[in-house]
Structures are given as structure tokens and as C-alpha cells.
Design a binder for this molecule. Sequence first.
Ligand code: SF4
Length: 363
Amino acid sequence: MAQAKKHILPFFIPHLGCPQQCIFCDQHKIAGQAAPTAEAVWQAITALPNDQRQDYELAFYGGSFTALPVDRQVYYLEPVRRALAEGLLGGARVSTRPDCLDEATLARLRHFGVGTVELGVQSMEEAVLRQARRGHTAAQSVAAVRRLRQAGFAVGVQLMPGLPGETLASAWAGAQRILAEQPQLLRIYPTVVLQDTELGRIWQQGEYQPLSLEQAVQITLAIKLLAEERGVAVIRMGLQPSLELAAAVLAGPYHPAFGELVQGLYWRLRVLALLRELPAEVLTEAVDLLVGRRHFSAVVGQKRQNWPYYTEIAPRLRLRALPPERALSDGLLIVQAGGAERCQTEAEFRRDWRRLCGLPFIS
Ligand code: SF4
């Protein structure tokens, strides 16, 4: 089975192969690039540093690769096959739709050395998929993951919480359903409204309310924790930021450091859960929060946004570095006040995260 490589050599083929236009999508704005030629692909491969070639995995993103005409797929895959045969590359992946993966296509991908297939699943609600004009069903997403796994491919899935008609509860239920199929990789892209898309038009007419940034961060964190519990690597949270993309966003939970916000919420929920374990009578005293120094900024949050949540419970909270003998356990949190102490390791939190997070959509 293909392993995730350390570095990706990405090529964007905006909308190539797409049989229809999903209402939220504008790959030209997301990627900001035109499709390459096969010659350009080959040149980029040969320009990789000689001593790191095996660390690179080439990827075709931004379109529906396996829905391209076969000769076009072969056009792009031929330099990949040659590079793999000559040891110039460590692997290859494509992204595509769940309904374009018949046996002949899988055989072709395997023949040319593709090891990983990323699927745009987006939602597991049929009504949501219809409204987004995805043109495939949730059952087809499940079938595609199963077929790819059986054929020995590594499978990535993409989810888009917040599409029209999706609730946080249904996005959570959908994530559980698709992660039960055991893909290896996951990308979480909360829906943002882009200019010149059908979703933009619907939003402008007041018929669509995107997730708030806080809601998007919450559902992303919940799906991330679930994925990691199941051994699925989360390789992206939020769209890759760029000036062009930022200028094209009309509404929705876009943030250039979205992943950091998710990480900040993770620590916020951990600290709040631990503070609540202290006896209520000591919370008005000086409370020390001890954490490894490298986690300070995540614990405090972007622009210190976590701090007011903590001081609402413990107004005299002080942040301290764990003493060296206790800092050996990475991710350890300790709170101390009035002679009381409570500790929480990362593993302890993750064992009971559904209850400790207290997120309203998790039943
Ligand atoms: S979301 Fe995927 S299938 Fe839909 S238009 Fe964009 S690239 Fe094509």
C-alpha cells in the first residue's frame, strides 16, 4: 500500500474532467493556476533535488482526474510512470470524484504507478449533495472508498462541513459514516462562499447562511479528533490561503491560519475541562496553569482569544512552564490552586474527548 510522502509536488488541473459545476467551486481561484502540459510536469520532476526524490509524491489536484478522457489521463500519467520507473519520484496521487472509478480506471491508475486517490466526498447527506450539484450519491462515496481500498490504493477523503442544507449534527454524522470506511487521509474544508459561484449567488439572495468561524472550527476539531482516534491522518484543515483566494471570498469561515484556530480550540477545551475539575472554592485564588513551553501560544490562542474563556472561570490564572521533570510527557496540562492539583495528559483527554469537549452537535 502506498505511504504518504513527506513532500507533495502539486499540479493543478482546474476543473478538468468535471462533468458539472458544483455550486461552491471555483478551482481557478482556489489554485490560482492553469493546467500544466505533460512537458511541464516532466521538467518539474527532473528539477527535484537529487538526494530527496524519494521523499516527493506528485499530485494532480483541482479537477476530476479519472473523469478526463482516457487519452488525457495517459498524457498526464506517462511522465509519472517514466519518473517512477527511473527512480526520479517517490509516488503519485490524483484527486477525483467518487463516481468515476470503474475497474478499468483503477487498473490504469495502478499501471501508471498512482498509489493514492483523494475523493471529493464533501457530504454524506443526499439532499446536500443534490443541492450542491455534486452529481453523485453518498453510497457512491462509500463504494469508491471500499473499491479503492480493496485494490490496494491509499485513500484520502475531503469533507466540506457547512454546505447548504447541512447542519453541524448531519456533518458530524456524515463524518462518522465515511471515516468508518477507514480511509488513510482526510482533508476538512469548511464551506466558504466564493465570488462568481452559484453559492455566491444564493448567499447574495439571502438563501444561504454559512457557518460562523467558531462553528467551522468546532466541527473541524471534532472531525479531526474522530479521524485521529480511527488512525486517519488529517492532512489539511481549511483552504490553502492565498491573496487571490482571500480576495475572492464573499462570506464564510475563511481564515488564513484556520488550522491554528483548530489547534487553539483543542487546547482551550482541554484547559476548560481541567479547570472545571478544581474545587469551586479555589478558583477565585491564584490558579497556575502549567504546560510545556512549546504549547504556550496554542494554549493562549490566536490574539490571546482563549484567555478570556479561562479567566471567566479562574480570574487570577497564571500561565507557567512545566518543570523539566514533568515536561517529559508532551501535552501534559496541570492546574494548581490552594493546595489542589489536577493533571491531564493528552491520552487521557483523547480517551474521553466527546464528553470533555461538550460540543453541542456531538450526541
Ligand atoms: S468540486 Fe471537484 S468536481 Fe466539483 S467542480 Fe470543483 S473540481 Fe469539479
